[in-house]
Ligand binder design. Structure first.
Ligand SMILES: Cc1ncc(COP(=O)(O)O)c(C=O)c1O
Length: 961
């Protein structure tokens, strides 16, 4: 018998660490022997420059078990108070249908998928996104809609810049109705300032009419229905606005639009909003899918991702991302927006909500809300409290005569377990929603007029509709069969399953995407996000109801400071791109405060991710691209020369570390010093933080600002393209320039960058759980394992695909770029062909042609075990042998398993088989595939066709027959 272990060992506080890290001690020993290193630590020491190694370990609570972490987080969650919300202001109660909750929101087949850049393995989620686009297009009455925005407020800000790009009017004023949600106005003001737009906020109808009659503006934004509940027809405004060559933007509520004349019918140019109330819990502000729709003429300038319909190589319809040439990854500082990660999972949920309820079901929900609102208004009138506006869908504003009376009503509602919105000091706002009941009306009447005889719902049931006849919707919507078929739970369940079966996500295979860190999204990390204490709270509820979120914010921020070496963090940015934007705003604000507002040059190495230059452009900085040397490193001479050239105007440099070339550059400290000497600040893009946590900290080696991607390094799943969280982390003197949020009572030097103060608050528990269960030791081990795995792949594949960039000792960081450029010459094979052939082998391709064309960037992460790493390596080696068959003439360059990949079952079952390789070689190039085979639902998708024949809505079902 072995000696008894001490109790502490049996309690196994670190149990989660080996669950998260895929390789065990034996695997590690084997991998080290292949690389030729003695230990994981010595490997890392030979890779991470000594000059930047962390001075001290991260001060984090020690690792704890999954059960303990959940219990600790539950105690924090319980500090939030879940009250009934009548606040509205863009956030409403909603019932997430159970079939969607369990089979989409809680289903790894959906939440662990990546952005659908590889069209052939993403057909399911792209169908859901096309449903989303069709839903938005139909309800808004517009020509085209994109596949989600980050939230309503940022969508409105993007609409402002879309309008600026698209209209003839020359003025630089942007008119905003004061009846827009306050957080929307705030985010617009933040965005407008660096771009030099003047935001004119309007406070009455007369002022609005006067403002749109001027010639000094390029677009005007109103809310429909208004934030106060007011309903108006904006058609006349549209005419006047168009006569000035400007654009009308409406922020519209999709549920209301099932009953209301659509913005398209009023001739709006751009329509934005949130789809939150289509099944996504309020979650203290996010994640929710914002949306944007516009007229056809604006489509080539639309921000964000757009799914279009194309054809595959066999002529079958197939989805793909459309018009990518608008986007930051191609157009960089000339892109229409910096958006990369968006809100795909919430968009899928909203689309499924519409599929499940269908047009009649949605209209019934909306009619119920509208009827209850009309009854509420009639009762209030009976109580001597007529609503401020005669029209409404779901929101009433009631003037209580004095701020004391309004406060007292709010307090009485609170005592009864409900939140009202306090407006303009003496008014209260009440918004009803899908969850509202007859009992709620009684509660509200009682809260507002406690001493009067109470009205009865039954007696007021016939109350007249508050939607004026002229504004009632007469046009149809959601007529496509997809919205009229899956209404039983069985049908819905099977539809959801059928779509996810078409896709590859992390639940089936590693996704070795460089720069994307597709690691484990553990179940215990995901569980808390649907706890009511996190999911069912309104972002603008009183602070004493959000104490749990405040604690989560404080703890997570402290831990991220420990991980990065920075002094302050804001969790508000809801994607990495937004973190970049917020970080650059901080730099800009700081320079201005030093009397250096003229400093506007942003140096960016050519290898940078497209969001970097796109974000710099958004804050009005001028991008100067600096060179990289032949080893992929920042060319220090060029950087120095550019710093000298632009010394007087240098705002900052944006670098990624380790670089997007997958290397720890040894000169990074020196680089930071040079930039500082010239008065600039250093932005370290933290997307590659998975190679740094516990090993080196950007805040210690010279960085001034970084964003993190919690949806990479800190385990928030990618959701098929969002939600993300992009915290911005800064050194001490930049802390005052982190985003504030006046709407939520947080004052500061820089305004809000997201609609909600904590951005995508409801997914923050995921990163909290990860850090809590790993502790400093586990997180450091994860970094080391990620570096070990990347080096193992690089070494094992070196005789087949050389690694393009490595440090002097031949090592890489946490990812490696496999060089495939030579095959074009020898066999006509491109990296894309290898990416598509990997699908036949059951893999999601690595990152294709970023940052170097015709290469594959592989990032295995620490979560993959040795077996999976070897499976990938075996597939890559087998593909190299296939390339050899082309090189030696066995297969023609234009007819071989790579060029014809991926092979669909259909194409292999075709009667005639005239290929120079067998059907077996096509489908089962490795024997192991017979046990576990993924079949791509479509063949290679034709990208050019899709952009030439742009179609972004649901296809007629006959096209699939
Ligand atoms: C290096 C780098 N920077 C920035 C980003 C942008 O992050 P997000 O997609 O969260 O906006 C990415 C995303 O892939 C990235 O790889």
């Amino acid at each position: 018998m072995t000696a008894a272990l001490p109790l502490s060992a049996l309690e196994n506080a670190g149990e989660f660490i080996p669950r998260h890290i895929g390789i065990d001690a034996a695997d590690e020993a084997h991998m080290l022997s292949v690389i030729g290193e003695a230990s994981r630590q010595s490997l890392v020491a030979s890779i991470v420059p000594r000059s930047i190694a962390r001075a001290s370990t991260m001060q984090l609570p020690p690792a704890c078990t999954e059960t303990d972490a959940l219990a600790e987080l539950k105690a924090i969650a319980r500090k939030n108070k879940v009250l009934k919300s009548f606040i509205g202001q863009g956030y409403h109660g909603t019932h997430t249908p159970g079939v969607i909750l369990r089979n989409v929101l809680e289903n790894p087949a959906w939440y662990t998928a990546y952005t659908p850049y590889q069209a052939e393995i993403s057909q399911g989620r792209m169908e859901a996104l096309v449903n989303f686009q069709t839903m938005v297009t139909d309800l808004t009455g517009m020509d085209i809609a994109n596949a989600s925005m980050l939230d309503e407020a940022t969508a409105a800000a993007e609409a402002m810049t879309l309008a600026r790009r698209s209209v003839k009017a020359k003025g630089n004023v942007f008119i905003v109705s004061g009846d827009c949600h306050p957080q929307t106005i705030e985010v617009i003001q933040t965005r407008a300032a660096p771009l030099g737009f003047t935001v004119k906020v309007i406070h009455s109808s007369d002022e609005w009419l006067a403002a749109i009659g001027q010639d000094d503006y390029f677009a005007a934004l109103n809310q429909y229905p208004g934030s106060s509940g007011w309903l108006a027809d904006w058609q006349m405004s549209a005419e006047l606005i168009h006569s000035k060559g400007a654009a009308l933007i409406l922020a519209a509520d999709l549920l209301a639009l099932t009953l209301l004349k659509s913005p398209g019918e009023m001739d709006a140019d751009i329509v934005v909003g949130t789809t939150q109330r289509f099944g996504m819990p309020m979650g203290a502000g996010g994640p929710h899918a914002g949306y944007m729709a516009c007229r056809d003429g604006f489509k080539r300038s639309l921000p964000g991702r757009l799914v279009g319909v194309s054809v595959d190589v066999h002529g079958a319809p197939a989805y793909r991302l459309a018009l990518q040439t608008r986007e930051q990854h191609i157009r960089r500082e000339k892109a229409t927006s910096n958006i990369c990660t968006a809100q795909v999972l919430p968009a899928v949920i909203a689309s499924m909500y519409a599929v499940y309820h269908g047009p009649a079901g949605l209209a019934r929900i909306a009619q119920r809300v509208a009827r209850l609102t009309a009854i509420l208004a009639a009762g209030l009138k009976q109580l001597g409290l007529p609503a401020l506006h005669a029209t409404a869908f779901d929101t009433l504003t009631i003037d209580l005569g004095s701020s004391e009376a309004a406060q007292a009503a709010v307090q009485r509602a609170l005592a009864a377990g409900a939140n009202l919105r306090l407006l303009r000091s003496q008014c209260v706002g009440i918004s009803l929603d899908e969850t509202s009941t007859r009992a709620d009306l009684a509660l509200l009447w009682q809260a507002l007029a406690p001493h009067a005889a109470q009205p009865s719902v039954e007696a007021l049931e016939g109350a007249a509709s508050l939607i004026p006849a002229s504004l009632r919707r007469t046009s149809t919507f959601l007529t496509h069969p997809v919205f009229n078929t899956h209404h039983s739970e069985t049908a819905m369940l099977r539809y959801i399953r059928a779509l996810s079966d078409k896709d590859l996500a992390l639940d089936r295979t590693m996704i070795p995407l460089g720069s994307c860190t597709m690691k484990l999204n553990a179940t215990s990390e995901m569980i808390p996000i649907t706890w009511p204490e996190f999911a069912q709270v309104h972002p603008f509820a009183p602070a004493d109801q959000l104490v749990g979120y405040a604690e989560l914010d404080r703890l997570l921020s402290d831990w991220l400071c420990q991980a990065t070496g920075y002094a302050g963090v804001s969790l508000q940015p809801n994607a990495g791109s937004q973190g970049e934007y917020a970080g650059l705003l901080a730099i800009k604000g700081w320079h201005a405060a030093q009397g250096n507002a003229h400093r506007n040059i942003c140096l960016i190495p050519s290898s940078a991710h497209g969001t970097n230059p796109a974000s710099a452009q958004m804050v009005g900085m001028q991008v100067v691209v600096t060179k990289c040397d032949e080893n992929g490193n920042v060319d220090m001479q060029d950087l120095q020369a550019q710093c000298e050239k632009h010394s007087a105007n240098l705002a900052c440099v944006m670098i990624t570390y380790p670089s997007t070339h997958g290397v720890f550059e040894t000169h990074v400290k020196e680089l930071c010093q040079i930039v500082h000497r010239h008065g600039g600040r250093v932005y370290v893009d933290g997307a590659n933080m998975n190679a740094l946590v516990g090993v080196a900290a950007p805040g210690e080696f010279g960085g001034d600002v970084s964003h993190l991607n919690l949806h990479k390094t800190f385990c928030i799943p990618h959701g098929g393209g969002g939600p993300g969280v992009g915290p911005v982390c800064v050194v001490e003197d930049l802390v005052p320039y982190l985003p504030s949020h006046a709407t939520a009572g947080l004052k500061g030097k820089v305004g809000a960058v997201s609609a909600a103060p904590l951005g995508n608050a409801a997914v923050l528990p995921i990163s909290w759980m990860y850090i809590r269960m790993m502790g400093a030791e586990g997180l450091t081990a994860a970094t080391e394992a990620a570096i070990l795995s990347a080096n193992y792949i690089s070494v094992r594949l070196k005789d087949y695909y050389p690694t393009l960039y490595a440090s002097a000792n031949g090592h890489v960081a946490h990812e490696c770029i496999l060089d495939l450029r030579q095959f074009k010459e020898t066999s006509g094979v491109m990296a894309e062909d290898v990416a598509k052939r990997l699908i036949d082998y059951g893999f999601h391709a690595p990152t294709l042609s970023f940052p170097v064309a015709n290469t594959l960037m592989v990032e295995p992460t620490e979560s993959e075990d040795l077996q999976e790493l070897d499976r990938f390596i075996d597939a890559m080696i087998a593909i190299r042998e296939e390339i050899r068959q082309i090189e030696n003439g066995t297969w023609p360059q234009d007819d071989n398993p790579l060029k014809n990949a991926p092979h669909t079952a259909d194409s292999l079952l075709a009667g005639d088989w005239s290929r120079p390789y067998s059907r077996q070689a096509a489908a089962y190039p490795l024997a192991s595939l017979r046990q576990n085979k993924y079949w791509a639902p479509v063949g290679r998708v034709d990208n050019v066709y899709g952009d030439r024949n742009l179609f972004c809505s649901c296809l007629p079902t006959s096209d699939f027959e």
